[in-house]
Structures are given as C-alpha cells and as structure tokens.
Design a protein around this ligand. Structure first.
Ligand code: GLN
Length: 541
C-alpha cells in the first residue's frame, strides 16, 4: 500500500511549495522508492486551461493531454514521476463529479455535503492517483496557504486520510516562513507558530516543518520552533534561500529529511547519494564558464511564471553547454513600437514562445524576420512556429497579408488555419489538440541532426495548424518541412537552412511544446542545440 505525504504551506504564498515537494520526491527516489506527486488546487475552474497566464502562470501539459498546474512541471523535472490527468485535482473537478453523481441519483436520497461527499471525492481521487502510478510514496501538495477558505476541504480530506489508512502511513509536512526583521536584526518564529496553530485547529499536527529563511536557523531558534509547534527539533528543516532551485534536494538530504520520512513510515531502504545530480546539475549551474544572451519575445514577460518551463529548459541547456543563459525578456508590442534592430541588438538567439490572440503578433513576426535575415539562431515554439510561417509567407514568398485565421478570419492567404474537425467546436475548455503525438523526421534535416532519431513524440496544445495548401510554394522558396505527424500529414517542424542566398546556422520552429520534456540532467535536444548555436554566434559576434 502507498504511503502519503501531504505538503501544506503557511504564512505567505510563493514559498516554493512546488519545488519543496518535488525535492522531497527526488530524495525519496534516491532511496530507491517509486514516487508520484499530486497537486490539489483550490480554484473552481476544472483546469487552468481557460485561465489567463497572468492569473495562473503557465499551463503545463502532460503526456496524456491534461492541462495542469505548473507545479507538475517541477515534479517531472526533478523526478522520474510521469504525471497525467490524475495528478492534478481541482475543486472544479471535485464538485463537477459530485454534482454529476447527484443528478444520476448515486447518493440515494441523501443531502450532499462538503463532509463527507466532497471530502470522499477528494480522497478517492488521491487514492486513484496512487493506484494508477503504482508508487510507494505519494506526495500530495495542497495548493494555497493555510487559513484560506478555499483549501479547507482539501485539508479536511488530508486529515481524514490518516484515520482511513493508519497513522504511520500518512505524514504531514508544513512549509513555512521564518522572516528576518532587519530593525531588530532577528529572525522571527511567531508567524510559523500561528500558521501551525491554524493547522492544529483543523486537526492536523504537522510532523515535519520546512522553514524558508534568509538566515541560518540557530539551535535556539530550532528549539523554540520545536517547543511552540510541537515537532521534534530534528524535524525542523532549514531551507535557506538557494542560488539554484536544483540545490534544494541536496539541502534536504544533508539534513536527513529522507531518513526522518522513512522512520515515520517504518520503512528501511538503503540510501544512495545524489552525486550525479550534484555533478551534472548543481555544480555546473552554479559555476558556468560562459554566458549567452537569448531574447524571449512574448506577451507575458513581466510574470516569471508565464513561461516557466521555457525558462527552465533554457537553464538546462545552459547547464549542459557550461553557460549561463541570460534571458532578455522583450514585450513583442515594444518591438512594434521601437523596432527589432534596437531591441535585439547584442542578443545571440531569439525565441518566440506559444500564445493566443492577435495582440503582439506583429512584433513577434518582426523579431523573427530580424533573426532570419541576420542569421541569429531562432527557436519557435507553437505560436512561434506559426509566426515564422507567416513571416516567411509574407516576406519571402510574396504572399502579402498572409496570416493565421486566428488573427484574420478572412485573410487572402490563410497559411495557418483550423482543421475541419476544430471548426465546429464551441467549448473552450479541453478542446485543443492536446498531449503527445508522434512526429516523423526527415533524415537530411537540421531537426534530424538535433534529435538523431526519425521518430519522436512531443506534447501539443494548440488549435491551429499549418495549412498544407501552401506547402509547395513555401518549399520552393526554401522552407523545409522536416517533421510531420504521419497519420494526418500535419506539419510539426519547419526549418530554414538556405534561402534567398542566405545560409542560416540555426532556424527551427515546432508546432509542439518541447519545453515540457526537458530535465536539468537531460536537456531537451532542441534547447541544447539552440544554446549551442547561440554560443557559437556569440563567439563570432
Ligand atoms: N494560438 C495558437 C493556436 O491555438 C498557438 C497556441 C500555442 O502557442 N500554444 O494554435
């Protein structure tokens, strides 16, 4: 039977609960255990797929095509867990299911209540995630901050699960903040005392506290936290601000967090160290020999979370290439106002990420034109591919006003358009082309030299597709369609090598999202080669 670890957060949001949970997963894997991670999200949306990135940050897509919370990205990057639609449970899904069952008459005349019907549904879903994963340990991260109204049913379900499956099979870890007060030159434990008090009111006594702090926790402080929060002193784990998030598993392991968890579960597993992780990821991340500046031309650049997996993938590729990747975040509307030459000056590569809607599109197209003409390495992701197609159609193939029907319904040259099967869809939620699809790569292409394989599979999240009517005119002008989804003949990868007497070192764009499959110790080949090309460019600048 699986063991359950619930992670909660207190005092403030943005404490890094996702990274802490993923790091716990990593150190338990270092004990040879199979783990999985589940995120419980208190909002009433069924999934984040319909939310604005400013509300929610990136929407992470799993292999099976679920649109999920970005914390699942941390889980997959830190661990070997493969997440799916079972790994993200929202209040919306829970109520949807309960109301559906009520209408069907499943509850036999009962009054439907938060306890037990909603809490039972939550527990069933957590157990289901445990069962489908076959994990020894299931780490369940409860979204929100203790004290929020919204997360109460999740906390109540977590409390009940210990009664259901036994004290020794459930562990509660609370992540909290120990703020430093400059005027007093002291770190303060009171907010943590209150937050743990709040948890106890609900009936949860945390077994372990992870304390986010700027300063080291002295023995005195640990004793104080232990006494007031009712946890043993060696269960007070210090989580000092780190330079790289990938250090966190090492920090936890050094303090024996894995040992403590195993003791609680009465499990004996031999310990392996995280030497490879330290050598391949942490050391290289902290002390790179080179530096390279990449422009990310997007719409949601002020929010760090909006392109989370892309930033991480660039980071992984930098780690592999022994370089610090500095991302110059450029608002594509600024390119429309100020021009690309000014804003892209000095960068060694351009990346255009995914996105929706017309705003900022022309700036992206201009940035791509600049990258194409100036032989700057270019990587386009999803919308970044569609914009590269539009740019090439307009400026090289002479198809004036070419566009995607997403932005201009009646364009003369709809080089990007909807498939017939998408035309009649009315609902917005969960109806895009989602999840993993195979792609066949042509042998003599840049894509093949990047992947070194003819058959790949990558994750999708889009509605619009390249319009195959324009394939031959684009091909004649030098665009190479190097990756195709065989079953439907859909274009997955485009590239430019030689066109209009220009030899381009690295211009590639994909209809899918490679950023969801990159890991710190296994960078995605597209990002890895993009950064390699950018470093080459930087050397020759
Ligand atoms: N808006 C485009 C589409 O729906 C691209 C989506 C994306 O970049 N994820 O096809």
């Amino acid at each position: 039977m699986a063991k359950y670890i619930f992670t909660t957060g207190g005092v403030i949001s943005s404490l890094g609960k996702g990274i802490a949970s993923a790091s716990i997963g990593k150190i338990m894997e270092s004990r040879g255990l199979k783990i999985t991670l589940v995120k419980l999200d208190p909002y009433i949306n069924v999934d984040p797929g319909t939310m604005n990135p400013y509300q929610h940050g990136e929407v992470y897509v799993t292999e099976d095509g679920a649109e999920t919370d970005l914390d699942l990205g941390h889980y997959e990057r830190f661990t070997n867990a493969e997440t799916s639609k079972f790994n993200n449970i929202t209040t919306g899904q829970v109520y949807n299911a309960v109301i559906f069952k009520e209408r069907r008459g499943d509850y036999l005349g009962k009054t439907i209540q938060v306890i037990p019907h909603i809490t039972n549904e939550i527990k069933d879903r957590v157990r289901k995630a445990a069962q489908v994963s076959g994990a020894d340990i299931v780490i369940v991260e409860i979204g929100g901050t203790v004290g929020d109204i919204e997360s109460l049913p999740f906390l109540e379900a977590a409390r009940q699960l210990r009664l259901d499956v036994g004290f020794k099979n459930v562990l509660y870890i609370h992540l909290t903040l120990i703020p430093y007060v400059r005027s007093a030159d002291e770190i303060k434990t009171k907010p943590t005392q209150h937050s743990v008090g709040k948890l106890r009111e609900i009936g949860i006594q945390p077994d372990i506290l992870i304390c986010r702090t700027e300063k080291a926790l002295t023995d005195d402080i640990k004793e104080k936290i232990s006494l007031f929060c009712n946890v043993p002193k060696d269960a007070v784990i210090e989580a000092r601000d780190a330079q790289s998030i990938y250090q966190i598993p090492l920090v936890f392991k050094e303090q024996g967090l894995d040992r403590r968890i195993l003791e609680h579960f009465n499990m004996k597993c031999k310990s392996t160290d995280l030497k490879d992780w330290n050598r391949l990821v942490v050391k290289r991340a902290l002390h790179p020999s080179h530096e390279v500046v990449i422009a990310l031309v997007g719409k949601y650049i002020t929010l760090q979370d909006a392109y989370k997996s892309i930033y991480e993938s660039l980071n992984h590729a930098g780690i592999y290439n022994d370089a610090r990747v500095i991302v110059k975040k450029i608002d594509s509307e600024d390119i429309e106002r100020q021009g690309s030459a000014k804003l892209l000056k000095g960068v060694s590569g351009v990346l255009v990420p995914g996105g929706f809607g017309y705003r900022g599109i022309e700036g992206k197209i201009e940035a791509i034109k600049f990258a194409r003409e100036n032989r700057l390495p270019y990587l386009g992701l999803c919308l970044g591919m569609q914009c590269a197609v539009i740019e090439f159609a307009r400026n090289v193939c002479g198809l004036k006003g070419a566009n995607s029907t997403e932005f201009a319904r009646k364009t003369r040259y709809p080089v990007i358009s909807l498939l017939e099967e998408q035309r009649h869809i009315k609902d917005m939620g969960g109806t895009m082309r989602l999840g993993v699809y195979p792609c066949r790569i042509r042998k003599d292409t840049l894509a093949f030299s990047v992947y070194k394989r003819a058959l790949i599979s990558e994750r999708h999240r889009h509605r619009y597709e390249f319009n195959n009517k324009y394939k031959s005119v684009m091909e004649k002008n030098g665009m190479v369609f190097s990756g195709i989804y065989p079953k439907k003949g859909l274009v997955e990868i485009i590239e430019l090598r030689s066109f209009c007497e220009i030899e381009h070192p690295f211009f590639i764009a994909v209809q899918y999202h490679p950023e969801f499959k990159s890991k710190p110790d296994r960078p995605h080949p597209l990002f890895r080669e993009f950064i390699r090309a950018a470093l080459e460019k930087a050397r020759n600048l």
